[in-house]
Design a protein around this ligand. Structure first.
Ligand code: GTP
Length: 414
């Protein structure tokens, strides 16, 4: 498995590839791809990504064929607060591009992102138009936007674009879908060019740099513990986590803590995406994940109809059938659902206490010293060979299938 993983990583370029910034402003990024792959959405996401890095951005709308395309980009521009240059749909795309570039220079913009029209399939007209725009713009990047759901035809598509106009990289979109992202292999293998970003949802925040090692883990169904930890750190402060760990140790985990956890989990992104990051959990079907989400909603509705005292003292509910009846009525659930939920909390307390006592001796079997190793990895400067080696060691140690412990039946599960 490790050998296959390493070969996949190599196949996809080894490590993340950054945008090639031009020496003189603006760095021009020309977006290309078939219709409906997510080019326009990717423009908005890229604009937000660079804006967060402190770059001054502007987008150019050159898709004069699809009626709503210009409005769509203008709307996305408003959403991410990045200006969009458009000149209606009566001027030729390369002329709009020329005017947009001039405007970007006037405003001394750092990054200019040019959206283009997609077609249902690769056609000569589309290629000629893109060639013309490339001549006008002389872009630093020509990014081919590929839908991750594309199957084997991705290879033909990538080579057509690369041969005709020459791409510098790709963006793989819709990775939040069921696909494992195998199209990533075609992009690199066929064009020799790196994937630079991945899109994981319709929202403007759902864009991340592409990490070959993480994608390899995903393709092999080994999850991606490192991305999971990063996401968890984004939604939960370290001190909160420590305070929670203390409560678990003392078997005092209550319904308030449970609510906090479910809300933190919701902030990490769509459940199917979060679950796919956990080793061994990739096998959960979409149906099971939807079931789990439904159970969480039911549990949350019952917790919300508890009094604050009951939330922090679940014993009150365990001892009083009338309290349980009131909660059932208040949440529109049955009394046995409330009783089951209360007893599951106590079971969870016992199980988590047991898990913690194992960890007290060092760590969870198979994930020993993950925290220390993780901290050490983050100290090594990114982009260095050492960092790559440390990440590969982390990866091999914590994301292999044997490290995957099947999660105990969760709270509210059937
Ligand atoms: N789930 C998901 N949907 C996406 C993603 N990126 C784009 N979409 C959706 O895919 C559809 C097409 O996106 P567009 O950005 O309009 O695609 P396009 O390539 O610009 O299409 P044309 O303008 O017709 O060429 C829209 O409904 C987007 O919301 C993604 O990463 N995940």
């Amino acid at each position: 498995m490790q050998v296959v993983n390493d070969e996949l990583v190599k196949l996809m370029g080894g490590e993340a590839a950054d945008i090639d910034y031009s020496k003189s402003k603006p760095t021009v990024i020309l977006m290309a791809g078939l219709q409906g792959v997510g080019k326009t959405t990717a423009c908005g996401k890229l604009a937000l990504y660079f804006k967060k890095k402190g770059k001054k951005c502007m987008m150019v709308a050159t898709d004069i064929y699809r009626p709503a395309a210009i409005d769509q980009l203008v709307t996305l521009g408003k959403q991410v607060e990045v200006p969009v240059f458009e000149a209606g749909n009566q001027i030729k795309p390369d002329e709009i591009a020329r005017l947009g570039l001039a405007e970007a220079k006037k405003r001394s913009v750092d990054i200019l992102i040019v959206d283009t029209a997609g077609r249902l399939q690769v056609d000569k007209g589309m290629m000629d138009e893109l060639k013309q725009m490339k001549k006008v713009l002389n872009p630093s990047e020509v990014l081919l936007v590929v839908d991750a759901m594309t199957g084997q035809e991705a290879a033909a598509l990538v080579s057509a674009f690369n041969l005709e106009i020459g791409i510098t990289g790709a963006i793989l979109t819709k990775l939040d879908g069921d696909s494992r992202g195998g199209a990533a292999l075609s992009v690199r293998e066929v064009s020799g060019r790196p994937i630079k970003f991945v899109g994981q949802g319709e929202s403007m925040e759902a864009l991340e740099p592409f990490y070959p090692d993480r994608m390899a883990g995903r393709i092999l169904g080994m999850g991606d513990v490192l991305s999971f930890v990063e996401k968890a750190q984004e939604v939960m402060l370290e001190e909160e986590a420590e305070e929670l760990q203390k409560k678990i140790m003392e078997a005092k985990f209550d319904f308030n803590d449970f609510l906090k956890q479910t809300r933190a989990l919701a902030r990490m992104g769509p459940m199917n995406r979060v679950v796919s990051l956990l080793p061994g959990m990739g096998k959960m079907s979409q149906e099971q994940i939807r079931e789990a989400e439904k159970s969480l909603k039911i549990v949350e509705s019952m917790i919300s109809s508890m009094t604050p005292k009951e939330r922090s003292n679940p014993e009150l509910l365990a001892q009083s059938p009338s309290r349980r009846r009131r909660v059932a009525l208040g949440s529109g659930r049955s009394q046995e659902q409330v009783s089951q939920m209360v007893s599951q909390l106590f079971q969870m307390r016992a199980r988590m206490k047991n898990l913690m006592s194992i960890m007290q001796g060092g760590s969870i079997p198979g994930l020993d010293n993950l925290e220390e190793a993780w901290k050490a990895a983050r100290k090594v400067p990114p982009g260095t060979a050492k960092r790559k080696r440390v990440r590969m060691e982390l990866k091999s140690k914590y994301s292999s299938p044997q490290a995957a412990t099947v999660a105990p039946k969760g709270f509210g599960s059937r």
